[in-house]
Design a binder for this molecule. Structure first.
Ligand code: DUC
Ligand code: ZN
Ligand code: ZN
Ligand code: ZN
Length: 471
């Protein structure tokens, strides 16, 4: 019978290899990979292009309340549109449990925000801020069985942080249920100690954000999270790792037999703390946690990408507006780094930055790029094999890359709801030109052709297929 779509003459890549092939799609799935395929309703010529599994960004914040009346700059419509134009076919935002809320209440709210609004497929992580006996004992086992198989906990932020006893309980439930725990590793007491010192000294410009969250704060918390996972004997994901010392903790834990997945992000490859040290309130645009470090840390993170300390490369898209008194710019009228919301936009620039700086500069090959940006996300968080590869029977999520495209990143040309890009002016080679979600062409040659609502919610599987044997 006739195919719906053939993508012909491209260089097809998976996490394992790359090869010249045509691929055929029917009913939203890959049905054939071969040579000289014919007989389809539609045909896209991908000569000179790379045909890759659609990007999966497993670390994205959308519509999350951020304290003090601060509102995130993206809802599900703008966030998924930006993701789509950046070559992503699935994103995994967080469903934040607020204190006193049940997880079900929180999920009902996020689903209501997402339903009918999305341009990419979406799957949710949970954030546990209130690990009561009923949340851990009753709710979580049912939720894990019902498609919510990953959860994040924080070691920092008043109102969000869990203590070690609480983290141990969450890890224990994850061991029982097969859920995957992601940890934000920074020592809150050490940060509060340094903040008090800086405020006393009147050192409250945006750069103080970086100096109150030094590497030692992240390294210690990373070590502690890994040790707690070791005690419970359960796999763990260490998110947004910013430097070599935290990486060493991951490598050492792995050598002891801890099953750990490491994630890093674009900001740790191309920004440094100097971007927060211009003595200028505009530095607030670069405030994220953990903060970007120095050139040596960047080199270490690149090495982690090349050698496998890191399995995941995510954006940690967490968008706020700069030119808005409620957000990055003098929030609440108080010129103090403590009130700058933590987080930067990046869901649309994640893939072009790694493609240009990684693949085009010869640091990584195409299969490694695919693993870091798609396949490993699907495997870690229970979306594989439905997503994350070009394989017969999988969802036809495809991003076609023009490796010759030259672009200078300009926020004016991006699609998120923020009003700046931390990467403004960065020159990149290679850009995702056509993006296909479950067989539906959504962006074609840089033009939006799909519709809001075509992206769907995708439950994750109960027992995630691990990339490090944690299945
Ligand atoms: N942690 C995140 O994961 N994202 C943005 C801010 C933060 O602290
Ligand atoms: Zn975090
Ligand atoms: Zn200082
Ligand atoms: Zn984040």
């Amino acid at each position: 019978s006739e195919f719906d779509l053939i993508i012909a003459n491209g260089t097809v890549a998976t996490a394992a290899n790359f090869f010249a092939a045509d691929i055929a799609v029917k009913d939203g799935k890959f049905v054939q990979i071969g040579q000289n395929l014919t007989g389809s309703k539609r045909r896209i010529d991908a000569s000179g292009k790379f045909v890759l599994p659609g990007g999966i960004d497993s670390h994205v914040h959308i519509s999350q309340p951020s304290g003090e009346g601060i509102v995130m700059a993206d809802d599900f419509e703008s966030g998924t549109l930006s993701a789509l134009f950046g070559g992503n076919t699935t994103i995994m935002p967080f469903c934040l449990q607020e204190k006193g809320q049940s997880m079900r209440e929180a999920l009902t709210a996020y689903h209501a925000l997402a339903d009918g609004q999305c341009y990419t497929d979406v799957s949710f992580h949970l954030i546990i801020s209130d690990p009561t006996a009923s949340v851990l004992g009753q709710e979580l086992p049912a939720l894990v069985a019902g498609g919510y198989t990953s959860l994040k906990v924080f070691m920092t932020y008043e109102g969000l942080r869990l203590n070690d006893a609480e983290i141990l309980k969450v890890l224990d439930v994850s061991r029982e249920t097969g859920a995957t725990v992601m940890v934000h590793c920074e020592n809150e007491d050490a940060i509060l100690f340094l903040i008090a010192k800086h405020e006393l000294a009147g050192d409250v410009a945006p750069r103080a954000h970086a100096s109150t969250r030094p590497i030692a704060v992240e390294r210690e918390a990373t070590h502690r999270a890994l040790s707690l996972a070791e005690v419970v004997d359960v796999p763990i994901v260490i998110v947004h790792v910013s430097n070599g010392e935290a990486m060493d903790e991951i490598a050492r834990a792995r050598a002891r037999g801890v099953k750990v997945v490491g994630e890093t992000c674009p900001q740790y490859l191309v920004l440094t703390a100097k971007d927060l040290d211009g003595m200028d309130w505009e530095d607030a645009k670069m405030v994220c946690s953990p903060p970007p470090r120095d050139e040596a840390a960047q080199a270490d993170c690149w090495q982690g990408i090349e050698t496998g300390v890191f399995d995941l490369f995510s954006s940690d898209h967490c968008p706020f507006r700069y030119d808005d008194p409620q957000d990055k710019l003098n929030p609440k009228g108080s010129v103090n780094f403590r009130h700058i919301p933590n987080g930067i936009p990046g869901v649309e620039t994640r893939l072009p930055i790694l493609f240009s700086e990684g693949v085009m500069k010869g640091r990584i090959d195409l299969p490694r790029f695919v693993a870091l940006t798609s396949t490993n996300h699907a495997k870690t968080y229970g979306l594989y094999p439905q997503k994350g590869s070009i394989a017969i029977g999988a969802d036809a999520d495809i991003t076609i890359w023009d490796p010759e495209a030259k672009r200078t990143i300009r926020h004016a040309e991006l699609h998120d709801g923020s009003d700046y890009s931390p990467y403004e002016g960065m020159y990149v080679t290679g850009w995702p030109v056509t993006t296909i979600v479950a067989g539906a062409v959504m962006v074609e040659d840089g033009i939006l052709v799909g519709k809001k609502g075509q992206g769907k919610y995708r439950p994750a599987t109960t027992r995630p297929v691990g990339i490090r044997g944690q299945a």
